[in-house]
Design a protein around this ligand. Structure first.
Ligand code: NIG
Ligand code: FE
Length: 413
């Protein structure tokens, strides 16, 4: 057989273990690293894995020398708010003056300010803006990402955001998983009528399902936004309609969104900065992935980060994401999040790599195709200009990706 190409002289090939379920607890410490490795690619898929020496005797149309660098699966970013109008740099001075995130929201700013900008933007404008951010994500090594709506809070604008995600899927050869987050905030006209607003959003679920506009449904369960009971009812309905579930949970106050996520069998519970001991225990018992967003804690200027160590030590499955959005975490750089995970969440390099590959893929239901490199899988990988896999969390704030491949084709360099 003649391979389309062989990538050889890979100093370290990162091969996260793939399982039917996410890696939990101690399993997150395991990471296969193959030294002086090579990959054979055919028809966009991984067709051969072995040593560089054995690769010499293989026939290939092209050979690429990785020059002793590190190669990993394409990164997976399982939590982003990719599509939105406008920006919120004017809120920085409020933050500096100590006005809390939820206070800015209560005053009609924050998420609600982005809602106005998103309503006022045309579908074309949103597409162009999201494309800009998406291309930047790809440049940082991401080949699979999730994208949420949630800056419409009305039928028309929510559907407009979801259509933009569909168009991004057609425009770019990456995997984008779409999440309907119509329950992201309470629009002023529904203040005090939260249940009515949630019914309004629930009415969209059938249309979203029929038109294949989203795979997951998410809700912001937080003080001043949606309660546990409202979240339970809304998510249960979405589950009954066949959606996967996600939840913005226990970010600021420990309301018990973590426990709710596990009891509903959600694919992920996200944020979890204030998750209780009981919530962490439940995560360890269940298969819901804890998607941690240390970039958000950093950007909100908080000192207390999610208790990743306790979660992992007690047996939970942890993944990492950017939470890219215009208010609480303005970065497309998942490598920066890897550094914050090392410094602030005290995660080891092995745990971090599993958190941005296999476990992130599980958090968005894509573990069969993303997050690792195996024979027969789509060849999505990154060549990193670093000497070893520990180097990326260590050297922070810059882009270490040298080239990004999707289905065996160079997507970015
Ligand atoms: O995940 N917490 C709620 N939603 C987003 C923030 C959105 C925004 O501020 O625009 C988050 O942090
Ligand atoms: Fe978020």
């Amino acid at each position: 057989m003649t391979y389309d190409f062989i990538l050889y002289n890979i100093g370290q090939l990162i091969l996260p273990k793939s399982k039917e379920r996410p890696l939990k607890g101690q399993e997150m410490k395991e990471l296969n690293i193959s030294e002086n490795a090579a990959i054979g690619i055919s028809d966009g898929k991984v067709a051969w894995l072995g040593s560089s020496i054995d690769a010499e005797s293989l026939k290939a149309s092209e050979r690429i020398d990785a020059q002793g660098k590190v190669v990993s699966p394409g990164l997976v970013d399982p939590h982003t708010h990719l599509v939105f109008g406008g920006s919120r740099e004017h809120e920085l001075s409020l933050k500096q003056a100590g006005v809390p995130y939820l206070e800015i929201l209560a005053q009609g700013g924050g998420i609600l300010s982005t809602v106005s900008a998103t309503k006022n933007a045309s579908e074309e404008e949103l597409l162009q803006k999201a494309s800009f951010h998406l291309e930047r994500m790809i440049s940082y090594g991401v080949t699979t990402m999730e994208a949420k709506s949630g800056y419409g809070l009305d039928a028309e604008t929510e559907l407009k955001q979801l259509r933009v995600v569909q168009r991004l899927k057609e425009k770019y050869p990456v995997s984008i998983i779409s999440t309907f987050l119509g329950a992201h905030a309470i629009p002023p006209e529904f203040k005090g009528k939260e249940a009515q607003f949630l019914e309004h959003m629930s009415d969209l679920l059938d249309e979203i399902k029929e038109r294949g506009l989203a795979e997951f449904v998410d809700i912001f369960c937080e003080t001043g936004v949606f309660t546990i009971e409202q979240s339970r009812k809304y998510l249960q309905l979405a589950k009954d309609k066949g959606f996967g579930l996600k939840i913005h949970a226990d970010e600021i106050d420990p309301l018990g969104g973590t426990e709710l996520a596990v009891s509903l069998g959600a694919a992920s519970a996200d944020h979890l900065v204030a998750a209780s001991d009981e919530g962490i225990k439940r995560l360890a018992e269940g298969s819901t992935v804890a998607v941690l967003l240390p970039g958000t804690t950093f950007y909100l200027g908080k000192d207390q980060y999610a208790r990743a160590r306790k979660m992992i030590d007690e047996g939970a499955a942890v993944a990492l994401a950017t939470d890219f959005n215009p208010g609480s975490c303005v970065t497309e750089n998942l490598q920066m999040i890897m550094s914050l995970a090392a410094l602030k969440l005290k995660m080891s390099a092995e745990e971090i790599w599993n958190g941005v590959t296999v476990n992130a893929a599980h958090a968005i239901g894509k573990s069969q195709e993303a997050g690792t490199l195996e024979i027969g899988r789509r060849a999505d990988f990154v060549i990193w200009d670093v000497p070893n896999y520990q180097y990326i969390p260590y050297h922070y704030g810059v882009n270490h990706a040298q080239s990004v491949f999707r289905s065996g084709k160079k997507l970015w360099e």
